[in-house]
Every structure is written in structure tokens, then in C-alpha cells.
Ligand binder design. Sequence first.
Ligand SMILES: Nc1ncnc2c1ncn2[C@@H]1O[C@H](COP(=O)(O)OP(=O)(O)OP(=O)(O)O)[C@@H](O)[C@H]1O
Ligand SMILES: [Mg+2]
Length: 321
Amino acid sequence: MSDFNDQDELGARRRNKLKLLQFDKDGKDLIESEKPNETFADVGGLDDVKKKIRMNFILPLKQPELFAAYGKEAGGSLLLYGPPGCGKTFLARAVAGEINANFMHIELQAILGMYVGQSENNLHDIFEKAREHKPCVIFIDELDAMGGSRNQMRQHHDRILVNQLLMELDGLRSANDEVFVIGATNTPWYLDSALRRPGRFNHMIFVPPPAEPERSTILELKLANKPVEKLDLTRIARETKHFSGADLEQIVKDAIEVALERTLETGDIQPITQDDLRKAAKHRKATTLDWFATAKNYATFSDVNQDFQIVLDHMKEHGMK
Ligand SMILES: Nc1ncnc2c1ncn2[C@@H]1O[C@H](COP(=O)(O)OP(=O)(O)OP(=O)(O)O)[C@@H](O)[C@H]1O
Ligand SMILES: [Mg+2]
């Protein structure tokens, strides 16, 4: 199958996300929150990332007295970054699921497209609403959309919105305990440096593609409750180096399609076979490699604070050039 399908898939995912935030003509009733069912158990691997999130977000909420002794309250913000399809959005939803919190998904592109004035108000409304509905996770996707290089007018507009976001994040430290802000970006090096100061998005967490055993786990998760023959998933995992979680999900979808075709031909349920998965994997490519090529450039040539050393380490460890 061609790469166009991957693009469609990506587009569909993006459109799907947009559904959550709805703007009417007057800019009222703009926020839809939901309670995700996903938990960390649905996220394959990423143990280090989960641990960091547990320490910062989840345990302070579950055992406030322990953390209060150190002057730490529940609440705060962190930034997830990494190649596409490796679980940033999925993980953010799972955080909300873990703590049984409301989840608000902000697509910055949508807010940036609004009139000057309207966008700041909307951003403020979102944070207000989150305070009314705590515990609440506010997920700000495509954070890099803010403050990127654009024409002067746009830059001015973005600046105002960045300032508004900074104000909301600063307010978070005083008033919004139990409001969690998770930002996500594929291009952390473009992020406005003011957003990276202490108390804002100063926890940057790299969300890497799954390693081999994690790929097995993800395949297993995606195949759960489906009709399958006896499968050797470690083998598929071995043959899918650098594949993202989304790539693996796609392989499972491709294999399901083939099994379904067989089922329709024969009239009884045909299990998904090792061969279906193997062929599907062969026809797909890892979609994370372009990201690493770009990241390597930044990490090598313009990373004065060595923020992205971890990306270089990952590349070395997994034999990427
Ligand atoms: N670790 C994982 N465990 C289980 N499923 C995963 C994992 N990583 C990715 N997926 C699957 O891939 C899909 C896409 O992942 P997600 O949207 O979270 O990626 P992302 O990192 O936010 O990508 P983008 O940068 O394109 O926004 C998810 O809906 C999920 O089904
Ligand atoms: Mg995402």
C-alpha cells in the first residue's frame, strides 16, 4: 500500500482530534471535555515516561499528604515530544483515564486561526472551565504552532496568545492544583523559550518509538480480543525496527483486512495469521526515521543546552545513523 494511506490516516487522526473542540459563531460553548477510558495499561511500553508522569502527576493526587510534606501539590505541566505516532496524544488521554479526570484537547491551530482577541479569550475560558471541572487534564497539541516564524501580523497575534498561555500557566502554580497541562510537539526546538521556564513546560519528556519487546506488547494490545491463530509476535517485533505504535497499529489493521476478506469468501470467521502480519509488516515502512534525521540536525548543531542529547543517545543505542 502507498504512503498516501498513511497520510490519510494521519489526517483522519487530526480531524478526529478537532471534533473535541468546537467553536460556535460567538465563540461560546467552545469546549467539550470528556472522560477517557484509556489507562496506562493500554499504552504499551514507555515505562520511564509513565514513571515520570506517576511521580509528577498521579501520586501527588493519590497521596497528597506525602507530597505536601515536601511542599508539592498535585497539578503542573509537562511537555511530551518525539516522532509522530509514538503515543503522545494517546498517553495524555491515558493520564486523564488513570486519575479519572476530565480531558480537554486543545488544538492550537484551531485557536490560532481565530480573530485576534477571540483566541486569547478562548484560551482563558478553557483554563477557567478546567478549574471548574477538576481534576482535569488540558492537553495542548502542536504547541510549536505558536510563535513559529510567520509574517509580522501573525507574529504579533501569536505573541499575544503565547503571553496569554504564559499567564494561564503561571496562574496554575497558585490556583489550579489538580489542573494538569500536558503539551505535545514534534518540533520542540521551535518552541518559544519563554514557555520553557520553570513552572511552565520545564519538564520535557522524550517519547521514543517502542523498542523490540515493547513492539510485541503493542501488537498484542492491538490484537486483543480479535480472532487469531497461534502467533509469534516477537518475530514480527524483530522485523519492525523503528516502527511507531501507530505504524504497528496499521499493520494490525492491514492484517485484519486480509483475514476479513478470507472470512467473507469462506463464510466463517478466519483467524488472523502470522503470515498476514508478516506480509503487512513487509509492505509498510517505519515512519519515525525522517523525524530522527531532523532532530539529529538540531541536537548536533543548535542545541546549546543539550536538551536533545537524549535523542542522540537513543539513536546511538538503536543503531541509527
Ligand atoms: N505505546 C503505545 N501503546 C499502544 N498504542 C500506541 C502506542 N503508541 C502509539 N499507539 C497507537 O498509535 C496511535 C497514534 O498515537 P498518537 O496519536 O498518540 O501519536 P502521537 O505521538 O500523538 O503522534 P503525532 O505526533 O502525530 O500527534 C494511537 O491511537 C495508538 O493506538
Ligand atoms: Mg498527537
